[in-house]
Design a protein around this ligand. Structure first.
Ligand code: ADP
Ligand code: MG
Length: 256
């Protein structure tokens, strides 16, 4: 695991973080010089139109991807400097991820889906009882023996949330968790996620639904890979060191 730092240190800090992709048609800049800090226990919504860099930002936090320049620190540790092995451990133990299409294992029951991350982590005992507790917490304990195909979208997303919590991660990430649900079901899923943002766990929800995002105490809006709005001054700090040649993105952050 990544060492725990004093709790006044932001749990996540992007410093001039960029992610570029080389494609056949040239360079695509998915994230362009992003500097933000997220406090431990914060609930943050990341919004922006399709292609604005939301998933790229999430993938950097999750250790699924690395920056092209700049850095992303989690618990004070720059993820880009971690070995593949340590990064894999961060993905497994440090973050829980909830996806738009649930991504449950189709041949495993709800209970077995929640047990799986604990098995991968090497827990020997108590896995099934913890999984049942988690299913109960998200309101679907009675469906423990069902296969994903027997569940509604909202029920599948509840199971996926229980699975994301299995290893008690410090950070819960959700990428468009309501994107495949009708709006009433989506609202209930956001209610559930909000309940889980109990001040200890950091919750980051990516959505293009501003109505759902508005429920988060803090909203970060992206456009073309850059932060264009942040409702929390804590993030856009004077404490971000200026680059030697400030880019347009940096000027936007530091200036007006
Ligand atoms: P969002 O989640 O907000 O829709 P993404 O972070 O997925 O946005 O993508 C941001 C930009 O980066 C888009 O223009 C997208 O096409 C591009 N992009 C994302 N992943 C890749 C990739 N693997 N290769 C090339 N371009 C990519
Ligand atoms: Mg996305």
């Amino acid at each position: 695991m990544i060492d725990t730092n004093p709790s006044d240190e932001p749990i996540i800090r992007f410093t001039h973080a960029s992610r570029r992709y080389e494609t056949g048609r040239g360079t695509v800049t998915a994230l362009d010089d992003v500097s933000v800090a997220i406090a431990r226990g914060q609930w943050v919504a990341i919004v922006g139109p399709s292609g604005s860099g939301k998933s790229s930002m999430m993938n950097l936090i999750a250790g699924i991807d690395r920056t092209s320049s700049g850095e992303v620190r989690v618990n004070g540790r720059a993820l880009g400097t971690l070995s593949e092995e340590r990064l894999a451990r961060w993905r497994r133990d440090g973050v829980g991820i909830v996806f738009q299409f649930f991504q449950l294992m189709p041949t495993l029951t709800a209970l077995e889906n929640v047990v799986l991350p604990m098995e991968l982590r090497g827990f020997r005992t108590g896995k099934r009882s913890r999984a049942l507790e988690l299913l109960d917490r998200v309101g679907v304990a009675d469906l423990a023996g069902s296969l994903p195909s027997q569940l509604s979208g909202g029920e599948q997303q509840r199971v996926a949330i229980a699975r994301a919590l299995a290893n008690d991660p410090a950070i819960l990430l959700a990428d468009e968790p309501t994107g495949n649900l009708d709006s009433a079901t989506g609202e209930r899923i956001i209610d559930l996620l909000a309940e889980l943002a109990d001040g200890a766990r950091t919750l980051i929800i990516v959505t293009h639904d501003e109505r759902l995002a508005a429920r988060a105490p803090r909203v970060i809006a992206l456009a073309d890979g850059a932060v264009v709005r942040d409702t929390d001054a804590y993030s856009v700090g004077a404490d971000v060191p200026a680059r030697e040649e400030p880019s347009v993105g940096a000027a936007r952050l530091i200036g007006n």
